[in-house]
Design a protein around this ligand. Sequence first.
Ligand code: SF4
Length: 457
Amino acid sequence: MSTTSALSRIAFDIATPSAEPRTFKVYTQRDLDKIEALNTLSEETRFEMRVVSSVLPFRVNAYVIDELIDWRKVPNDPIYQLTFPQRDMLTPDMYERMAEALRADLPREQLQALAQTLRAELNPHPAGQLELNVPCTDDGERLNGLQHKYRETVLFFPSQGQTCHSYCTFCFRWAQFVGDKELRMASTEAAKLHAYLKSHTEVTDLLITGGDPMVMKTKHLVSYLEPLLQPQFSHVQTIRIGTKALTFWPHRFVTDNDADELIDLLRRLSAAGKHVAIMAHYNHWKELSTDIAQQAIARLRATGAEIRSQGPLLAHINDNADDWATMWRTQVGLGIVPYYMFVERDTGARHHFEVPLARAWNIYRDAMQQVSGLGRTARGPSMSAGPGKVEIQGIAEIQGEKVFVLRFIQGRNPDWVQRPFFARYDENATWLDQLKPAFGEQRFFFEDEYEAMQQPT
Ligand code: SF4
């Protein structure tokens, strides 16, 4: 055995599981009454949950309920706020419309029709995801389930991974989870993915995303990823897998039936020279606090994969610098690289979770000041907007005008990337489309080009 493989074998052995397997027990809207912990809450609160979860998706599992939520702190517990429906997630008008319908005990079809109407008012597909980013073959066939927004990165939405272990109520993927199949972007077709990648040698990064791809059985991940070990895919250097399973179901990596196969797949990809990046979604340091979560992290790291953390800044959950600093410090201690602080997107229950950009930047800055250099790798606050990922770099006064200093971290045109630009300071703005150019300019430098990109070809 070579020294390298011996070392990786040792690392693999060290990371073998020590936890007992746990059965995945899930609760959805229909099961709200079966969640014992909710019995301590008032009837009114439980009715509110029923109303909100008739519109927005709800799913939570016993691990989250038993081990991540501190029920003594409810309703202020951050993981409770993250997973359980809250009245203000709907506007007062929307809430009343659905509450009335439930009180009147309308038939199921009418409730569903109302839910559809209300969902359509919540901007289910921000940033033109469905229309703008789906690539075509040379014959003009749309490749549903793929997105090619930025030159070097392809996103793949495997159909078996379009759900999640639990649902986060702020999530911009929420439209996928409410049974609205035409809103789903998904693909089962490994052959089409591989054909597209083969003919697009400019693509260096493949992002497998969802939902949560780690919901899939390992055998599906193997069918998508193992072929990438062949020489014709040598340009695909990085495989990123977006997941929140390290929070919602870390057992996936430790004690589930096919956890070992998953670990082995990641190890083989890394050993073959691929950079495997687990893009772990975290919102709060509590998610990192259980033994099983830490074991999962250790096992993943022992494969050679990097874990990078990202997540949005959210009112009611993490809108203070101390929680971010604690989270980033804990992550660095566990070997995770802090990567992004996002701004809550312009969709779903946004009015409930959004934090003004000016405040978001102050929280980011305060948190950064509390961590060491290794924790300062997190970029942000960043908006994943239509034209690209736009980061707030600061608030400054230039020639007497107070401005936001902005830059593209990613742009639909790669030439936009890293170009600083300026917006008039606005204390209440929460998204890019609310900002106005500074210094008397009429338009931001990218707007004409972006508009042209949106025209049908
Ligand atoms: S995609 Fe991620 S953020 Fe959205 S509900 Fe699933 S786990 Fe939560």
